[in-house]
Write a protein of this length. Structure first.
Length: 491
């Protein structure tokens, strides 16, 4: 049963999206205040917010996409996240400003009640970080790459051949290298700029006596000594602004540019500078895709970059993007030193996906591994930007398909041959994924099990649920990312 201030609710009135529990002041999030800190608040959202800051809990009105970036990010932090009907949202609107307890367990049961009436213990804190049952283990914050082949521009095959690629390129790029090695037919070609390239940026002089890294460290120490939280926020935003500007205004050395061009022509296809195909530019940092923290959606992906000069600018933009107030607010408890970030960049040939989405190798609510949970939409970037989505569950034992929710999108994003993404009208097809495409995804999930694919470096396949981003061109399957699903054992 679901509970709402002492009364029972039905599953049509409330639904769990992510498990967790938190105490916080119930607040709405107006668009103008999205940059504000809401770390001790439970927010009532009338729409999805791709740029939602760090919060204690989320109550969304009629949310139908449990696999968007913000949902996966909340899950990885143990932030309770539920969907309520408009009727319940209206009742909650009358309680704005009250301190409430929100909990959702792994069985899908939801409880919303006054904090004074609570019979639950929340570790004596309204901070959701205290609810995490695992000790955070972010990746090393120092460059510890021991593979000399991964110190400059590297191909996915080089990454796959390395015995320890993650300290050199990050978990995301390492996972993509493994995918390319095990399932080459599903992964478009890509090259990676390892951590060592960004480490050189951090050693550049920002003044005659200081490198960027040293200056950042000293400024961060000064911020930590400020007693007022608002002063800390303002000083940190000034630090991040300076970091972003410094990085965006850099120029690459000619020898690096020449090597990058050669490797792109060799791996991705000849004559990239003649703009005959596009490239997705994505981050692979030491503060994302970890076994204890997904970091989903906190950094920047620049889609379908066409032209070599545009690509160089996009790389610098991806290097600069993690230095933002929102990204820091979400990762702060697990990765408190922004000056210790290591950033790799993935350059992957564009796939003009007609349908795209995310697949989990589990049932999202009860954790049963006999099911697959799939969220998809027409076009590229199907579910990552907090759009409504088609939600499907497949029984892996008999192939039975259950449509949980239909997409409600009235537009779709498609690849523009001149670069970037453009928005067009939605498909007139009611279903997003055909039965054949769903069968293809189920078949790949079995291939993943049969190959004993190492989803996370420190967990066995049997312990780890895969979070897979995919796309279809016709009935041809493409894979863009694989990482462990974080946040299965908070309660």
């Amino acid at each position: 049963d679901h509970r709402f201030f002492g009364r029972r609710l039905s599953s049509s009135q409330v639904r769990s999206l992510n498990p967790g529990k938190a105490i916080g002041r119930l607040t709405e999030v107006p668009e103008v205040n999205l940059a504000s800190s809401y770390q001790e608040r439970i927010v009532l959202l009338s729409k999805s917010y791709q740029d939602l800051p760090r919060v204690a809990g989320i109550i969304a009105v009629e949310e139908e996409n449990p696999l968007s970036h913000i949902q996966l990010l909340a899950r990885s932090m143990g932030v309770p996240n539920i969907s309520v009907s408009k009727e319940i949202a209206a009742k909650l609107s009358n309680r704005l400003g009250e301190t409430i307890l929100l909990s959702a367990n792994n069985a899908g049961q939801v409880s919303i009640q006054s904090a004074q009436q609570s019979v639950f213990s929340v570790s004596g804190s309204s901070n959701p970080d205290s609810l995490v049952s695992r000790t955070a283990r972010p990746s090393s914050n120092n460059l510890e790459c021991s593979d000399p082949s991964l110190m400059q521009v590297a191909s996915l095959s080089q990454i796959a051949q390395s015995s320890s690629p993650e300290p050199c390129v990050g978990a995301k790029a390492a996972g993509l290298g493994k995918l390319k090695s095990h399932f080459p037919q599903y992964v478009s070609p890509a090259i990676v700029l390892p951590y060592a390239v960004f480490a050189e940026i951090m050693e550049l002089p920002i003044s005659p006596s200081q490198s960027l890294r040293k200056w950042c460290g000293e400024e961060n120490q000064k911020i930590a000594q400020l007693s007022d939280v608002k002063l800390q926020d303002a000083a940190r935003e000034a630090l991040f602004h300076h970091m972003r500007d410094f990085i965006r205004n850099l120029s690459f050395k000619p020898e690096f540019v020449n090597k990058l061009r050669r490797e792109m022509n060799r791996v991705l296809g000849a004559s990239y500078s003649l703009t005959n195909y596009g490239v997705y530019v994505r981050s692979s940092t030491n503060a994302e895709d970890n076994p204890d923290f997904s970091g989903a959606g906190l950094n920047k992906t620049i889609p379908n970059v066409v032209g070599f000069n545009q690509l160089l600018r996009a790389i610098l933009e991806v290097y600069a993007a993690p230095f933002s107030k929102r990204a820091f607010s979400w990762r702060q408890s697990k990765f408190p030193d922004p000056c210790s970030l290591l950033i790799g960049v993935i350059l992957q040939r564009t796939v003009a996906a007609e349908r795209s989405g995310v697949m989990l190798t589990t049932d999202l609510v009860d954790g049963k591994r006999k099911y697959l949970t799939i969220a998809a939409n027409h076009g590229v970037g199907g579910v990552v930007n907090d759009k409504t989505a088609e939600i499907v569950r497949i029984d892996r034992t008999n192939g039975e398909v259950r449509i949980i929710a239909e997409t409600g999108e009235y537009s779709r994003k498609v690849v523009d041959l001149n670069g970037g993404i453009r928005t067009i009208g939605a498909s007139n097809q009611r279903r997003v994924l055909s039965n054949q495409q769903l069968a293809r995804l189920a078949s790949f999930a079995k291939e993943l099990d049969d190959a004993r694919f190492p989803i996370a470096a420190k967990q066995t396949e049997a312990e780890t649920v895969a979070d897979i981003e995919f796309g279809f061109v016709g009935n041809n399957l493409y894979l863009f990312q694989i990482r462990p699903l974080v946040g299965q054992d908070y309660l």
